[in-house]
Design a protein around this ligand. Sequence first.
Ligand code: SF4
Ligand code: SF4
Length: 448
Amino acid sequence: MSTREGSLEAPTRHPLDWRNPAFYDEKQCLDEMERVFDICHGCRRCVSLCNAFPTLFDLVDESETMEVDGVDRKDYWSVVDQCYLCDVCYMTKCPYVPPHEWNVDFPHLMLRAKAIQFRAGTPTAFRDRNLSATDRNGRLATIPVVVQAVNAANRMPAARKLLEGALGVHRDAWLPPFSSRTFRSNPPGSAATEVKDGQRSPGKVAIFSTCYVNYNEPGIGADLASILNHNAVPFVTVEKEACCGMPKLELGDLESVAALKEKNIPKLAKLAREGYAILAPIPSCALMFKQELPLMFPDDADVQVVKAAMYDPFEYLMLRHRDGLLQTEFPRALGRVSYHVACHLRVQNIGQKTREALQLVPGTEVNVIERCSGHAGTWGVKKEFHPIAMKIGRPVFRQATEHPGGEPDWVASDCQLAGHHIEQGMAPKADGKIAHPLTLLRMAYGLN
Ligand code: SF4
Ligand code: SF4
């Protein structure tokens, strides 16, 4: 039977076989890398997505044979280092993903390699473990007095130089300030009590605030709460939530992902079974529950229940709209909005719900930028990757600056970290213009 060029069927994804000892067998992983790299070398569709593919193709082109067999296997790890697991190659480009018989899953192969690297220990393990401990860092940094000291140090070039030397955090990378009041220490109250289920949307919400919103920008969570109140949707905040695990997954630290899952899933599954829609205002965190945990724990019924109840906030709001239950009176126009679709939202395969919601606002011109900003979680702040992160983001910075209607009034990304990375790349043209889409919608509703 001949092999068909590209699959015509809907992509499927195999569970991650991470508990099988063979998953950690380095030789088997390198063999699989050689197989997949060879397919990629013959294809090269993904060359412009990130730096992993150009790194691979340069290795091939500079080798003696100009084929994958000419590349020293030791150099495969330089490809792994450049992948930040955005999933875009799998979800939007690759025609050879399952059910195609070539069974290419580039991001999960990189994840396997990262897991092997993590177990073996890397020279940057100390820095990587610290950066990915978002929950612990947030708890420490938001202690009164400490928070002012951390934020002040963050702004001081001398302190940033020290941080770069000690921890490998690039001195020029934007780092989020910590809030003196976390979202969960002061949760907004729900105004509505009556639960109105729609045909497509549950009538009550549980807010999974995420580490970033809880410790760094609680205002985004408050904006979501205001929008829910305005739309008469009763809500609760998830109590004692832990990090979703995405920063640990990006390191290949799968045991820590499993430990965090044990903390979150029982309470989220209870809320899901009680009929709550669970909303996470950071796309990577929602994706963790929608995709990565279900693939790591395919037989865990609670994980599957949470998967079905997890929504991106705008996905939920547009379902409310389809159910005829969303307020569509907007007293305030937003003008020109340069809107960046974060990769981890793109790969949720829900369509451009944020764009659709913002376009409901009269006097609003949304220019969509569907390209990687380069920030990629903690990857883009690391000393060795930050310059590449800025390079990857350049087309996004340019498109965000050049709104077809003229100078943008607002620059927004569903991933607020990407938003700030874009702000840095556009500087000073985006100063004062970065706003999360939930903030923009709250403003359009005329809510304080
Ligand atoms: S998952 Fe993202 S970063 Fe990794 S290789 Fe694919 S496109 Fe590049
Ligand atoms: S991941 Fe798929 S689409 Fe991308 S270069 Fe490899 S084979 Fe081609």
